[in-house]
Design a protein around this ligand. Structure first.
Ligand SMILES: NC(=O)c1ccc[n+]([C@@H]2O[C@H](COP(=O)([O-])OP(=O)(O)OC[C@H]3O[C@@H](n4cnc5c(N)ncnc54)[C@H](O)[C@@H]3O)[C@@H](O)[C@H]2O)c1
Ligand SMILES: CC(C)[C@H](C(=O)O)[C@@H](O)C(=O)O
Ligand SMILES: [Mg+2]
Length: 352
């Protein structure tokens, strides 16, 4: 079981360290870790946010454990040299088109969610976000027009095959859950979304046991706050999924709790090759202070054991340990507590 560990920038190395502490505590036989530079760290030491040697390491691994990238000191660099290009490059190069972002309410956090506790208690949803298409990867650029005005553009597009494969992922996920799928788009305005909707309806024919509904993204944002318990699986595109997952994180209490798996078609000996990362970023405002909540990254490591290594029992053990830690009042600053990153990592280990 080869894991490429890419801690990245800001709080990335801090939270990754705690996820590795938890993996270490499980004493899994046959685990080999390789560490690589990405993001600003990659740019500083190798001249590129995704150095070729890091990409090669990622390709040769069975799974990637990713911290976060992003550094304000890189804001003036050309776009292809900015830290964020590392994670976009990995997703595209490795064809990790299916991004799973579960949001589940943890017992004890109902009062912290910002929603009414009786509403927050019902949250148990999975966002299935398309990850290698959309406006993220279309033609883009800036120019000065003939009239001397600056102009920027990002082309939004989806091909039928891109929508079809992520739709299958979402329908199959719904079959393992409550058999309900909400496809989120902006079909009242966007051509891309009209195609999205048509293809999802076609794919639905193969899943008669799954109840499909369609929702516009603006309404979906509102419904996630009003009645999040109504969602089971949410299928959406790259940009909408990015925004809705940050929103969902605050419904369960903090962005420091939401994990993710990014999967493609490549199989490993015991599962699917994937990249695992918290949904949050490098949090420059708290970086280097030991204040980050590592739970999202710890839960991402659990997803890695489940999806890439077929270790369901061990994944459940980690998830249970995090749930019990939260129930016992283990809280970082993001949840109104005062425990630091390392103390939270150790508290989870004690409960394994
Ligand atoms: N996958 C990634 O690597 C990824 C994801 C999102 C943002 N980014 C990058 O990260 C940088 C900062 O972006 P941002 O500020 O918009 O988003 P962010 O997610 O880094 O931070 C948003 C807010 O949430 C807080 N926060 C985030 N994670 C936390 C944690 N684990 N514990 C406690 N608090 C936490 C931060 O302190 C900040 O106040 C940018 O360069 C952005 O592009 C990277
Ligand atoms: C850093 C950025 C490119 C990334 C995204 O937009 O996908 C992040 O926000 C995420 O949610 O993983
Ligand atoms: Mg995001």
């Amino acid at each position: 079981m080869k894991i490429a560990v890419l801690p990245g920038d800001g709080i990335g190395p801090e939270v990754t360290h705690e996820a590795l502490r938890v993996l270490d505590a499980l004493r899994l036989p046959g685990l080999t870790l390789f560490e690589g530079d990405v993001g600003a760290a990659g740019y500083r030491d190798h001249g590129h946010p995704l150095p070729p040697e890091t990409l090669q390491m990622a390709r040769e691994a069975d799974a990637i454990l990713f911290g976060a990238v992003g550094d304000p000191s890189c804001d003036d660099l050309e776009r292809h040299l900015r830290p964020e290009q590392a994670v976009l490059g990995l997703r595209k190069e490795l064809q990790l088109f299916a991004n799973l972002r579960p949001a589940t309410m943890f017992s004890g956090l109902e009062e912290l969610s910002g929603l009414r506790p009786e509403i927050a208690r019902q949250i148990d949803l999975l966002i299935v976000r398309e990850l290698t298409g959309d406006v993220y990867f279309g033609d883009k650029g800036t120019r000065t027009t003939d009239s001397g005005e600056r102009e920027g553009w990002d082309m939004m597009s989806y091909s039928e095959s891109e929508v079809r494969r992520i739709a299958h992922t979402a329908f199959r996920a719904a079959q393992t859950r409550q058999n309900r799928l909400t496809s989120v788009d902006k079909a009242n305005v966007l051509e891309t979304s009209q195609l999205w909707r048509d293809v999802v309806i076609e794919v639905a024919v193969e899943y008669p046991d799954v109840a499909l509904e369609h929702m516009y993204v603006d309404n979906a944002a509102m419904q996630l706050v009003k009645a999040p318990g109504a969602f089971d699986v949410v299928l959406t595109g790259n940009l909408f999924g990015d925004i809705l997952s940050d929103l969902a994180s605050m419904c369960v209490g903090s962005i420091g709790l939401l994990a993710s798996a990014s999967l493609g078609d490549r199989q490993t000996a015991h599962g699917t090759f994937g990249l695992y990362e918290p949904i949050h970023g490098s949090a420059p405002d708290i970086a280097g202070q030991g204040k980050a909540n590592p739970m999202a990254t710890i839960l991402s490591a659990a997803m890695m054991l489940r999806h890439s290594f077929g270790l369901e029992d061990e994944a459940k053990r980690i998830e249970d340990a995090v749930a019990r830690a939260l129930k016992n009042g283990i809280r970082g600053g993001d949840l109104g507590g005062d425990m630091g990153c390392e103390a939270i990592g150790k508290a989870v280990c004690e409960r394994l």
